[in-house]
Ligand binder design. Structure first.
Ligand code: M7G
Length: 331
């Protein structure tokens, strides 16, 4: 990481979010595209040896009024328990990564079963390549991030392979600094590779998902010394996901989420998925219309979703946006 950062040549800011305190930068490392994301870390309130206030080293008062006092402060930090920030580097970054991290206009899309088959499914088939899913394969089969794995279940077999369809691995998500339990963010990757996303789920997957949900809610609290309980985990999937190998997000319920990660229009609770599968016909999620938020940079937007949204709005009788008037015309 140190070497990557020292070779990073900054080009431009992709996104900067004052609420999540995340900045994403685009640049080059050895002439190849790189994305560096910096996220200010949350306070570590679990560390009893050091209250957050005693970490304040220096202050400069901004103002005081009656009983109210406010100032900027410098905090004592150490890399183990009180790091200042989490740094993520993607290198070499693909154009898909750059488009994902770049600030962009967002739209609400209604993905009907027809739209899925015509526009989305062919694109998904292109996405689920070994290269794009290498990090998943590395975790499942090559021992990557092994020391960080919280739980691994081969579902009765000695090792992944035949008969391990129910197996899965739980480990800290790349989004988590691994320090503050308030921000706990894990990801569960399943061994089976016949389910790419929510769209591939059918009623016969229901029991498998119930089992997964129960295992996750049993093992995660135990792995963290019951500092949080089964009903304090927000367990969900993303639609559309960024990676088309079925996986589940497991997040501390107190975590407001990074960006739009747990917002309506992106996250679907696993419990709701299980419930829906009990009501849907044989085609399962293939029969449903899924409504979600998509950025204009997403390839699907230009590959058909933009036109589909325009047609849907027209069909729904929603008036077109009036032309923008300049100041003189409007007054
Ligand atoms: P997603 O819903 O497909 O994408 O979830 P998104 O939430 O990034 O849009 C994939 C999840 O896997 C995300 O929460 C990522 O942060 C996480 N993730 C991605 N990669 C490349 C890695 C990795 O190499 N290791 C770990 N531990 N998590 C990752």
């Amino acid at each position: 990481m140190d070497s990557l950062l020292s070779r990073f040549e900054f080009v431009r800011v992709l996104d900067s979010n004052p609420q999540t305190k995340v900045v994403s930068l685009y640049g080059h490392v050895d002439d190849q595209p790189a994305i560096v994301t910096l996220e200010k870390t949350h306070f570590n309130t679990e560390d009893a040896s050091c209250s957050c206030v005693s970490a304040v080293q220096e202050t400069r008062e901004i103002a005081a009024n009656d009983i109210y006092h406010w100032a900027v402060a410098l905090l004592k930090q150490d890399i183990l328990h009180h790091p200042a920030a989490k740094v993520n580097v993607i290198w070499p970054a693909t154009p898909v990564h750059v488009r994902k991290y770049e600030q962009q206009a967002l739209h609400l899309v209604r993905e009907t079963p027809e739209l899925y088959q015509r526009v989305v499914a062919p694109w998904v088939a292109e996405q689920a390549t070994p290269a794009r899913l290498r990090w998943v394969h590395n975790i499942l089969y090559e021992g990557a991030e092994q020391e960080r794995v919280v739980y691994r279940d081969f579902a009765g077999s000695a090792a992944p392979g035949a008969g391990s369809d129910d197996g899965f691995v739980v480990l800290p998500d790349m989004k988590w600094d691994g320090v503050s339990l308030d921000a706990l963010y894990l990801v569960a990757l399943v061994y089976r590779d016949d389910v790419r996303s929510l769209r591939d789920l059918r009623p016969h997957h229901r029991d498998w998902l119930i089992g997964l949900n129960n295992r996750i809610r049993a093992v995660v609290p135990a792995c963290y010394n019951y500092a949080l309980h089964a009903d304090e985990l927000r367990i969900f999937v993303h639609y559309p996901p960024s990676y088309y190998h079925f996986h589940i997000h497991v997040v501390n319920i107190r975590h407001p989420g990074l960006g739009d990660g747990i917002a309506a229009g992106r996250a679907v609770l696993l419990e709701d998925v299980i419930e829906s599968l009990g009501l849907l016909g044989e085609g399962g999620y293939l029969e449903r219309t899924l409504t979600y938020v998509i950025g204009e940079n997403h390839e699907l937007w230009s590959r058909g979703l933009q036109d589909a949204v325009a047609r849907q709005l027209e069909k729904d009788g929603i008036p077109k946006r009036p032309p923008v008037l300049n100041r003189e015309e409007s007054s």
